[in-house]
Design a protein around this ligand. Structure first.
Ligand code: R5P
Length: 322
């Protein structure tokens, strides 16, 4: 046996999006690594690696879905167990990266949880992070180790190209999403419009859509965002552009956080379709008739394969994942 060639991979998954991890493992032709997980009476989580991982390249999947603190803690505990079991390299794969929106101080004496998250993953023993459509690309700089940033925009755009035709306008529901809207517009050969959104820094999840810059009248509008949380942002934008005479209105976003009252707002919004991905699990009860959930398993599987084989991740996205 040539021990220099010995390199093995294992994918482990937390409890918060097992379906996606299984889909990725199947595409890669591997089975999920064994974990013995349980919860103590006090609520503390426990995870023991159920097989030897000495010298292995390990990927730990977890989507930071509700209850988010348990999701993060479970992933950190699995990483800690792998490190103590002598894994060679540990990659934390968080298709949706929780706490990432608190990336700067807006008011005095606020925390910056996006940085705290990076520190926690580094302290636990992660050698690399992988996530999809980060709230802002500069989050990659919040850790000193490599951060592979994937994007679901090609998957969502490909789907949108099958359901839209004629004059299409990609609408960013806030100024911060302008670059994202341009990426979609390049893929769909569309125009771009921007909504002027005003937040209240003292009230979580509250915002207003005040005005639109760009052409929407008589055009097929697609509002694109990274996250649908309470759906206030996208539904306010939808109402405004429908009032301005858009011919049809769609909403597309990578991460379906769908906190209350998102499902009610989306059902009552009157939009033609809502397109999201499975970076977060979408429970059956939230799957309203005009909600389309696309799988990102193929891009995650390609990226995990590239990381394991030391190939290029950016090539998978033709450089559009910066
Ligand atoms: C904000 O900058 C984000 O891109 C989303 O627009 C926002 O987090 C969505 O939150 P909600 O759905 O609660 O309005």
């Amino acid at each position: 046996m040539d021990i220099a060639d010995r390199k093995e991979m294992r994918i482990f998954s937390g409890s918060h999006n097992l379906e996606l991890a299984e889909e990725v493992a199947e595409l890669l032709g591997v089975s999920l690594g064994r974990l013995n997980k349980s919860t103590f009476s006090s609520g503390e989580l426990y995870a023991r690696v159920g097989e030897s991982v000495r010298g292995f390249d390990c990927f730990v999947f977890q989507s930071h879905s509700y209850p988010i603190n348990d999701a993060v803690m479970e992933q950190l505990i699995i990483i800690d167990a792998l490190r103590r079991a002598s894994a060679r390299r540990i990659t934390a794969v968080m298709p949706y990266y929780g706490y990432c929106r608190q990336d700067k101080k807006v008011l005095p004496r606020e925390p910056i949880t996006a940085r705290l998250m990076g520190d926690l993953y580094m302290a636990a023993g992660a050698d690399r992070l992988v996530s999809v459509d980060l709230h802002t690309g500069q989050l990659q700089g919040f850790i000193t180790k490599p951060f592979d940033h994937l994007t679901a925009i090609p998957i969502i755009s490909e789907y949108l190209s099958t359901v839209t035709s004629g004059d299409v306008t990609i609408v960013s529901p806030d100024a911060g999403g302008g670059k994202r809207a341009e990426k979609y517009a390049r893929q769909l050969d569309a125009e771009v419009a921007l909504v002027y959104k005003r937040r209240d820094d003292h009230v979580h999840n509250y915002s207003e859509a005040l005005a639109v810059t760009g052409e929407v009248e008589g055009r097929h509008a697609v509002i694109v965002d990274d996250i649908i949380d309470t759906a206030g942002t996208v539904c306010n934008a939808a109402e405004l552009i429908r009032d301005m005479g858009a011919a049809s209105v769609r909403i597309a976003a990578t991460h379906a956080v769908l906190s209350n009252p998102a499902v009610k707002r989306l059902s009552e919004s009157g939009v033609d379709e809502i397109v999201v991905t499975n970076t977060l699990p979408v429970p059956a009860a939230d799957q309203i008739p005009n909600l389309k959930v696309l799988s990102i398993a193929s891009i995650v599987a390609k990226s995990v394969h590239a990381i394991f084989t030391e190939g290029s991740v950016s090539q998978i996205f033709l450089g559009e994942n910066a």
